[in-house]
Design a protein around this ligand. Structure first.
Ligand code: FAD
Length: 499
């Protein structure tokens, strides 16, 4: 192994992955090591990736970013959840709203009480008890840690933002923190003849950049991890059949909604991400079912406003790098694998990969145990997210296209199959300790995709009918009353911009 001290870290690539990694490394390692980032203006970045999930707040806070400045600089908006339309059946929709639902009791999740209450005369929707959902559909937002006068949690949120502006924002932060940026295209990678480690990069202009540890943030090019080291890729496209996307911005929404829309079509789905200055749109599709021309037409005919550019096509392969850390190269971002953006998890995976690297940073030289642990954690994390995304495709009752029929009948990974079966029969659901998604997230997608449990936990019978009715009614009154008092999301954004 490479026992020599790490004195210079070289990050290759200046997309979201490159600058998030640079910013965190600069924050954690300070000026103890030399950090260099090489990026190529000529190649540019993938230019998509605008929706996030709540842990992004921890990342921004760890860097010490001011939220108002961040939202102003990235033209950001608030995201309270993702609205899934036409997924279970055409015409049906549900939201994966962040945060909790109702009120949990020891040993018995709220949805068991809700399920029991469904047998009453006026069954209510599960989402009547989600503060996030109610705020989202009423276009409301304010910082709210708790529902007033209770111990119930308030709003849980993430952001939509312009990925290019976020990268620029983090670039300024990183450069202020000592990261040295080099503009140039890597033309050749030199390896150590004995160890096979990457030694240095040769740029097109002849400059040579040497380093001890390299982070491959070159996106789908995967210049170091794949083209140089040849690390294998595990393909998951048999479970996640979409392999292309087209993206196009459209005119700014008058009042940006505080949630993402994910609208299913006959052979894929479309995202709508409202930002302050435009809406981000895209169609993710299966090239076996849609030609590029068909996809383009579907996308352009379903925009919420005037298109501001020509759609850009992006081909991808769903899967993961088998060893995201190999020798002295760690791949972060698209070079390390890709899960389609249905649950907005890629930026999160950059965040966790950079954090993992910071925690396992090989100050005194690379140890095989560090590599093994890094790779083990990365694998488990990706597999859990993969299964959650597969659920959206598998649990559908659409019979209107070959694409959806194939998804409904496909085999899924064992863990997911067992989880779905247990929930369908008993309503019981367990979150794996290292799963990113909470029980409430799984419950919403399972129920929203038509898997209504046949039974509920017997503890839910401990309340009398009247107690149960009062519990449900009081929760609804609390949530509705709280949402009524919240300001509009647009008002929150005006305040961010000093209005
Ligand atoms: P890139 O942005 O492609 O950056 C690669 C960098 O490497 C660039 O700076 C490039 O110039 C540089 N580079 C490449 N080759 C060389 C070379 N030879 N020399 C020098 N520099 C080089 N994620 C989310 O979290 N939410 C979303 O809503 C979301 N939507 C998405 C939609 C689609 C269709 C796709 C494909 C992805 C989406 N993602 C989303 C993922 C997200 O876009 C990426 O995770 C994120 O942008 C990180 O990309 P990256 O930095 O790895 O790669």
């Amino acid at each position: 192994m490479n026992e020599s001290k790490i004195e210079r870290l070289v990050i290759v690539g200046g997309g979201t992955a490159g600058w998030m990694t640079a910013a965190l490394m600069a924050k954690v390692l300070g000026r103890a090591i030399d950090i260099v980032l090489v990026e190529s203006d000529k190649i540019g970045s993938v230019g998509v990736g605008e929706a996030t999930i709540p842990p992004i707040l921890h990342f921004n806070r760890a860097l010490g970013l001011d939220e108002r400045e961040f939202l102003r600089e990235t033209k950001g908006t608030i995201k309270l959840g993702i609205q899934f339309e036409n997924w279970w059946k055409t015409g049906e929709s549900y939201m994966h709203a962040f945060g909790t639902i109702g009120k949990n009791f020891p040993l018995c999740d709220f949805h068991h009480y809700w399920r029991r209450s469904q047998q009453g005369a006026t069954p209510a929707s599960l989402w009547d008890y989600s503060l996030n959902y109610q705020a989202a559909i009423h276009n409301k937002f304010a910082h709210l840690a708790q529902i007033q006068g209770t111990s119930l949690p308030g709003l849980t949120y993430a952001y939509h933002f312009d990925a290019g502006l976020y990268a620029r924002f983090l670039r300024r932060y990183s450069e202020r923190s000592g990261v040295r940026r080099i503009e140039g295209t890597v033309d050749h990678v030199q390896r150590h003849p004995d160890s096979g480690h990457v030694d240095s990069l040769l740029l097109e202009n002849g400059e040579r950049i040497a380093g001890d540890l390299f982070v491959d943030c070159t996106g789908m090019a995967a210049l170091l991890i794949d083209k140089t080291l040849g690390v294998d890729y595990e393909d998951w496209s048999h479970w996640l059949p979409c392999d292309r996307a087209q993206a196009v911005p459209s005119a700014a929404p008058r009042a940006p909604a505080p949630y993402t829309r994910a609208i299913a079509h006959a052979a894929g789905w479309q995202w709508q991400i409202p930002l302050q200055h435009r809406t981000g749109n895209g169609l993710v599709y299966s090239s076996a079912h849609y030609s590029d021309e068909q996809a383009r037409e579907i996308l352009l005919s379903h925009l919420p406003g005037e298109a501001l550019a020509e759609p850009k096509t992006i081909a991808f392969r769903t899967g993961r790098r088998r060893e995201p850390w190999h020798k002295n190269v760690i791949s972060i971002g698209l070079s390390s694998g890709f899960l389609e953006p249905l649950e907005s998890t890629s930026i999160h995976l950059i965040q966790t990969a950079a954090t993992r690297l910071a925690k396992l940073f090989p100050h005194r030289g690379i140890q095989p145990e560090e590599i093994a642990e890094y790779n083990r954690q990365s694998q488990v994390e990706m597999e859990r997210i993969r299964d959650f995304i597969i659920l959206h495709y598998k649990a559908n009752a659409r019979h209107d296209s070959d694409f959806w029929r194939a998804c409904a009948t496909m085999d899924v990974p064992d863990g997911l199959r067992e989880k779905m079966a247990l929930f369908a029969k008993t309503g019981k659901l367990f979150r794996d300790y290292d799963d990113l998604f909470s029980e409430a997230a799984w419950q919403q997608v399972l129920i929203g995709q038509g898997i209504l449990p046949e039974d509920y936990h017997p503890l839910a019978d401990n309340l009398s009918e009247q107690q149960l009715a009062e519990l449900m009614q009081n929760l609804k009154i609390l949530i509705d009353g709280t949402v009524a008092k919240l300001p509009q999301h647009a008002q929150f954004l005006r305040a961010v911009n000093g209005g």
